[in-house]
Design a protein around this ligand. Structure first.
Ligand code: NAD
Ligand code: UDP
Length: 388
């Protein structure tokens, strides 16, 4: 007999029904996988695409979780079925967003509509129907660090007070309006404020998640293979694409920006704790990242090159990296977050969560997946003469 599953306070966890919007994306696919294989919960998976969760949906009847996941092909911009699905569920998780930096300055209207306007009905339906909401925001709401405004040689730059990002303390620092990069961060900030206000004024039970560069298999797409040739995904997929094609990795503005990367499988552990411990998660905003996995983008490129040559058993390319300007790579209006170290106090205290996987290990499993999934397709694409 299976042991009853209990929450962090020792209470049995009752099976729940979850409306997951954006379930067909990178994070959604991993969350669905985890919910199906480790819990008895039911998922109403809402997205316009299902490719990344098709392995969970088909063939009907052959999985132990069969009947616990149902796909609804819905564009939340204009579909009256959404409210019904939220009403039927105990919890709504909203992941739907345009969240690729290449879009923020080139498609700022779509970015703002997707991250703010399209999320409004979701918040409203949860609030009006007394349903719990876990909303995905971003670490980008912090924008730039206070430290980046100090003189380059200031010793204060080494002081964590000037760069560690704290949910209840750090300010949100964005660039000027003409730097349209910040359209995403600003829209996410406003929806966070709206959710927070719904909690304060109307009693909405909410949790806000701020992911700090979650990476792993199924993130984004490889241009020309399972996404547009001219598309620019996030850095993991850009560098994977370069490595698969044996091209130099492109470092935007010298690759000096710093990021902390967390393995998707560690991060979804944190989300499951939020799902199953509402009393500890409601009313909170959580940073979810790995402060120990910090690198500059240049160091990331070097590490990915080393890891890829190990997992593919191919020697690395002769010109490992090349510098490109942000204007050339992303176009007008790009700007960057300089450094992102999450403070972990709140998530430690509320949920006792800590990430486990080192950057090397997470890159090794992710690049093994990329190589297995794409190497053959890339070889074929390269050998095919270009269409006339
Ligand atoms: P993703 O692009 O892989 O997933 C988003 C999913 O939402 C996609 O499958 C997309 O089809 C769907 N979607 C978008 N608009 C929709 C609409 N109108 N109707 C229905 N479905 C729609 O991105 P992800 O990395 O899985 O990110 C999920 C969430 O987490 C986003 O809100 C993002 O802003 C946030 N986030 C992620 C990271 C990260 O490290 N991956 C970092 C910061 C924030
Ligand atoms: N970047 C880069 N080369 C690429 C893609 C991205 O140098 O081919 C840089 C980008 O300018 C940023 C960092 O990598 O400094 C992370 O970019 P990503 O798209 O993953 O999103 P972000 O962390 O900025 O939200």
């Amino acid at each position: 007999m299976q042991m009853a599953r209990v929450d962090l306070d020792g209470n049995p966890i009752a099976p729940m029904s979850i409306c997951m919007i954006g379930a067909g994306g990178f994070i959604g696919s991993h969350l669905c996988e985890k919910l199906m294989s480790e819990t008895p919960h039911t998922v109403l998976a809402v997205d316009v695409y299902d490719d990344k969760i098709r392995h969970l949906l088909e063939p009907q009847g052959s999985h132990p979780w069969s009947g616990r996941i149902e796909f609804h092909r819905i564009n939340i911009k204009h579909d009256s079925r959404l409210e019904g699905l939220i009403k039927m569920s105990d919890l709504t998780i909203n992941l739907a967003a345009i969240c690729t930096p290449a879009d923020y300055n080139t498609r700022p209207l779509d970015t703002i509509y997707s991250n703010f306007i399209d999320a409004l009905p979701v918040v409203k339906y949860c609030s009006e129907n007394g349903k719990r909401l876990i909303h995905f925001s971003t670490c980008e709401v912090y924008g730039k660090t206070i430290g980046c405004f100090l003189p380059k040689d200031s010793p204060l730059r080494q002081d964590p007070a000037y760069y560690v990002l704290k949910e209840d303390d750090s300010p949100c620092i964005f660039g000027p309006i003409e730097k349209q990069r910040w359209s995403y961060a600003c829209a996410k900030q406003l929806i966070e404020r709206l959710i927070y206000a719904e909690g304060a004024e109307n009693g909405l039970e909410f949790t806000i998640v701020r992911p700090f560069n979650w990476i792993g298999p199924r993130m984004d797409f490889i241009p020309g293979i399972d996404g547009p040739s001219e598309g620019v995904p996030r850095v993991l997929a850009c560098f994977s694409n370069n490595l698969l094609r044996r091209e130099p990795l492109k470092l935007v503005d010298g690759g000096q920006s710093q990021r902390t990367f967390v393995y998707i499988k560690d991060a979804t552990e944190a989300v499951l704790l939020m799902i199953e411990n509402p009393a500890r998660a409601n009313g909170h905003i959580f940073n979810v990242g790995n402060p120990h996995n910090e690198v500059t983008v240049r160091q990331l490129a070097e590490m990915m090159t080393d890891v890829y040559s190990k997992v593919s058993a191919e020697s690395s390319s002769m010109t490992p990296t090349v510098d490109v300007s942000s204007k050339e790579f992303y176009g007008e209006g790009y700007d960057d977050s300089d450094k992102r170290i999450p403070d972990m106090t709140i998530i430690n205290k509320q949920l006792g969560w800590n990430p486990k996987t080192s950057l090397w290990d997470l890159l090794e499993s992710t690049l093994t997946y990329q190589h297995k999934t794409y190497a053959e397709a890339i070889k074929k694409a390269i050998s095919k003469p270009a269409a006339t």
